[in-house]
Design a protein around this ligand. Structure first.
Ligand SMILES: C[S@@+](CC[C@H](N)C(=O)[O-])C[C@H]1O[C@@H](n2cnc3c(N)ncnc32)[C@H](O)[C@@H]1O
Length: 310
């Protein structure tokens, strides 16, 4: 059973991780231990505050105080140096945490109330946070690739990654399948490095509420969970109108019971940010069937396959 104190202090952990990421602590420790005074001086932090932040995190195994006021990375803190995790920590302990603090039971997403705009348009008008978000979405890309692999692609398809962000997922997929071509489809403001995409990958800008490019396989990776059912149906219908052979949703499938579940917490984050939600197999089935898709398989690891209804 989780200790109630450990649960209550969760917001402090989130913010402490964001501060460590903002001050580049894990990156600075990549070459070995450093004193907190040195770490604080790099980006003008108060050394006493940074010390107390790192000492608290170290008590959870994130960083280690190896000598008095000298810190080193642990396996957990080293994660902050990999693929977008530091950006993820900064968003989580920054704007998202501010919105989390305003969650109530009114049924409305607090993000627009706190920031005066819907999440996606707010990101569109905040380029620095948009860049942070696009980088943050790279974290754990290996797991998303494993989920796509679990479904099995031939390797010669034209894959459209709908809401594919900066294209990192599709780039990794194309690296594994030399005969595959890809289209990343997303809003124009995503921060991406198009010149490095290569010949097999193109970026098409637009909104998935209006239309998406045609292809053999449409991948929607953590897209539908951002939206309520009405918007989710609109997106799935738009994709259906350009459908090729298959639809692949990389999404959580909420399981019954009380086992530890990251997806049940992610569900609350989706509620906070954009009135989105995580869904059960039954929820997915009815969304797909109502939008012109026939569910083919539900992979518990977090992939759902469907094909267009005739
Ligand atoms: C949670 S991110 C997922 C990114 C990526 N698919 C992944 O798995 O990391 C959701 C993506 O949907 C995009 N998005 C939001 N509204 C959109 C719209 N109306 N049309 C196209 N893309 C949109 C966002 O820009 C963002 O890149």
């Amino acid at each position: 059973m989780t200790d109630v104190w450990d649960a209550l202090r969760g917001g402090l952990v989130t913010r402490a991780l964001a501060l460590a990421a903002e001050h580049g602590v894990a990156h600075a420790l990549a070459d070995g231990p450093r004193s907190v005074d040195e770490l604080a001086a790099r980006r003008g932090a108060d050394a006493d505050v940074l010390y107390r932040v790192l000492r608290a995190l170290a008590s959870d195994g994130i960083f280690a105080e190896v000598e008095p006021r000298v810190f080193a990375n642990t396996d957990a803190s080293s994660t902050l140096t990999a693929d977008g995790w530091d950006a993820f920590a900064r968003l989580f302990g920054g704007p998202w945490l501010q919105a989390v603090a305003a969650l109530d039971a009114s049924g409305e997403a607090p993000f627009p109330r706190v920031f005066g705009d819907e999440f996606w348009s707010w990101l569109g008008s905040h380029p620095e946070e948009r860049a942070l978000f696009d980088r943050a979405m790279e974290q754990n890309w290996q797991r998303r690739i494993e989920r796509i692999d679990a479904v099995g692609l031939r390797g010669d398809e034209l894959v459209v990654d709908v809401g594919g962000g900066n294209g990192s997922l599709l780039r990794a997929l194309l690296d594994r399948h030399p005969g595959m071509r890809g289209i990343v489809f997303d809003l124009p403001e995503t921060v991406r490095d198009e010149p490095s995409f290569g010949e097999r990958l193109t970026f098409v800008e637009g909104s998935f509420f209006d239309g998406v490019p045609r292809g053999d396989v449409h991948v929607l990776s953590t897209i539908i969970h951002d939206w309520d059912d009405e918007a989710a149906l609109r997106i799935l219908r738009t994709v259906r109108a350009s459908a090729g052979e298959r639809l692949l949703l990389i999404e959580s499938i909420i399981q019954p019971g009380n086992e530890p579940s990251g997806a049940k917490w992610l569900d609350l984050l989706m509620l906070v940010i954009s009135a989105g939600r995580e869904r059960t197999e039954e929820d997915w089935r009815s969304l797909l069937e109502e939008s012109g898709w026939e569910p083919v398989a539900f992979h518990e690891a977090g992939a759902i396959e469907a094909r267009p209804c005739p």
